[in-house]
Design a binder for this molecule. Structure first.
Ligand SMILES: [Fe+2]
Length: 253
């Protein structure tokens, strides 16, 4: 999109938009990697605080950060993440940044995931602390995916699938989205997917999910400040405006 279009929107885009400047209705930023040194996200408290301060300036009242938990690479859990969250909260307070901070997780559905469900010590969020964020490998759908959803649901968890638009095996077989929806899985779309940040195919699948009204919540998936720096462009994107007209659950989390 050209400079003037990115500022003012094209004529076609304007015709489908409500009049007046776009005001981002999302006040709860969900899905990011801002606990320092625990995954492929930020490495220092300074980097984390810089991004959190920017989210606050952007109008967020709350950030739910979601470090990776994997059985092999990122062996995180409540034991190490909650003390780091507390330290970060303290630093936010010291800097006078009035931002709520929660830590949840982005659980990889891998061979060890069902043991974690059985243990019950999961990092959850939401009004009843029963929402849980899961992610899948990019190469293929794991064999224990369906069973994991079932085990989570019978234990009373509300399953949220992270960035469904990013899994090629789903983008190429879109009826899979409907099946998951029918099973009660919520979808969290990455905002940067709408910019073509990951690939054109991911962008088109994201647009499809928006068009079909399948997106339940949006997240930035911020790993570093360069991700954050792209968000103003997202706020100019007509597909983002469209998804914001849906019943997103961000603000109730
Ligand atoms: Fe993530």
């Amino acid at each position: 999109m050209g400079f003037f279009n990115s500022i003012f929107g094209s004529r076609k885009e304007q015709s489908s938009e409500p009049t007046g400047p776009f005001v981002n209705p999302v006040q709860v930023e969900f899905h990011s990697h801002l606990i320092p040194g625990v995954d492929d996200g930020v490495e220092t408290f300074e980097q984390s605080l810089e991004i959190l301060e920017n989210f606050h300036k952007m109008g967020m009242r709350k950030v739910i950060t979601t470090p990776h938990i994997m059985s092999d690479f990122y062996k995180n859990g409540p034991e190490n993440l909650i003390p780091l969250r507390d330290e970060l909260r303290l630093k936010l307070k010291e800097k006078g940044i009035d931002l709520e901070l929660e830590v949840a997780a982005e659980y990889m559905v891998d061979d060890g995931f069902q043991d974690k469900i059985a243990a019950g010590n999961l990092l959850t969020f939401g009004p009843k602390k029963r929402h849980i964020l899961i992610e899948l490998p990019f190469m293929e759908e794991p064999r224990n995916f369906k069973q994991s959803i079932f085990e989570l649901q019978v234990n009373g968890y509300q399953v949220i699938l992270a960035h469904p638009e990013r899994y090629p095996y789903m983008g190429m077989q879109r009826e899979r989205f409907l099946e998951l929806k029918d099973q009660g899985v919520l979808f969290q779309m990455n905002m940067l997917s709408l910019l073509g940040y990951y690939s054109k195919g991911v962008m088109e699948t994201a647009q499809y999910l928006v068009e079909k009204g399948m997106v339940d919540l949006v997240g930035s998936d911020t790993h570093h400040i360069r991700h954050f720096a792209l968000l103003p462009e997202v706020h100019q994107n007509r597909w983002y405006h469209k998804v914001c007209q849906a019943d997103l659950i961000n603000n109730i989390l």
